[in-house]
Design a protein around this ligand. Sequence first.
Ligand SMILES: C[S@@+](CC[C@H](N)C(=O)[O-])C[C@H]1O[C@@H](n2cnc3c(N)ncnc32)[C@H](O)[C@@H]1O
Length: 290
Amino acid sequence: LFRAAAVGPGRAVRHDRDMSPPHSPAGLSSAGYQPADDDESVRGNRTWWDESAGEYRAEHRRDLAGRLVWGPERLDEADAGLLGDVRGRTVLEVGAGAADCSAWLATQGARAVATDLSIGMLRELDDESADPRLPPPPPRIQCDGRGLPFADAVFDIAFSAYGAVPFIGDPGRLFAEVARVLRPGGRWVFSVTHPVRWAFPDDPGPAGLRVTRSYFDRTPYVETAEDGRVAYAEHHRTIGDRVRELNRAGFRLLDLVEPEWPERLDRSWGAWSPLRGRLIPGTAIFVCEK
Ligand SMILES: C[S@@+](CC[C@H](N)C(=O)[O-])C[C@H]1O[C@@H](n2cnc3c(N)ncnc32)[C@H](O)[C@@H]1O
């Protein structure tokens, strides 16, 4: 948990499980763990990310702009090389946000295309794209990761840094789409909150070190609006679930990277704090091959 969202008159709940800014959409009436289906999750998340785009950008720009980081541990692709050699490769980013990662890949010689459910998030790159020293901004396309508007087998590499995957109730649909647009032997790399974190409260302090939920409880974290609509949803899968979903979509898991909290990193990212980062994993990066 790392932000308090105002929920209904006079009530406050902790907004947890996400990479999101301290944003309190008007008319929120409840937040907690409850069922939410795939379509209503995606509908709610689209509006939520559109409304939160500016705030998210303002909060995280310092860590995201001009590079490809895989998560709050700030593991940088320039050091990790999880995508392999990108020069001359066609690369798809899913859940790209402001497309910082794709913009960085363009500087490395990749032909990157950034996609995101939220047009508000994609637009956040605009003001920064006027720098003549940088390559032109990558093409940005608004679409749901469950329905990618591309022909079969056109990308060499696909990736997502904390985008799309946890926001979809049926991630098998996303994985199948990614598999379809990747050429045989193509790479699919994505990062999410480490599944183990779902057992702990999202508190950067000592309270965040005590197990309060079952790791095996897959009930999503959901915020609802006053009219009962899902306003925001994040979905949990165990590590085993993820491996099976990936296998079903035709992927082979090559590596599961759990970045350690760097010794000298003293700035938290929401509930991802130095205290917790040194004791329990915060991010899981799945490296797969089609
Ligand atoms: C935590 S942000 C990460 C953005 C970017 N990767 C970054 O590191 O800043 C999550 C992103 O996933 C996007 N997203 C959520 N659901 C999605 C879906 N179904 N398809 C594509 N993108 C989605 C959101 O719009 C948001 O931009």
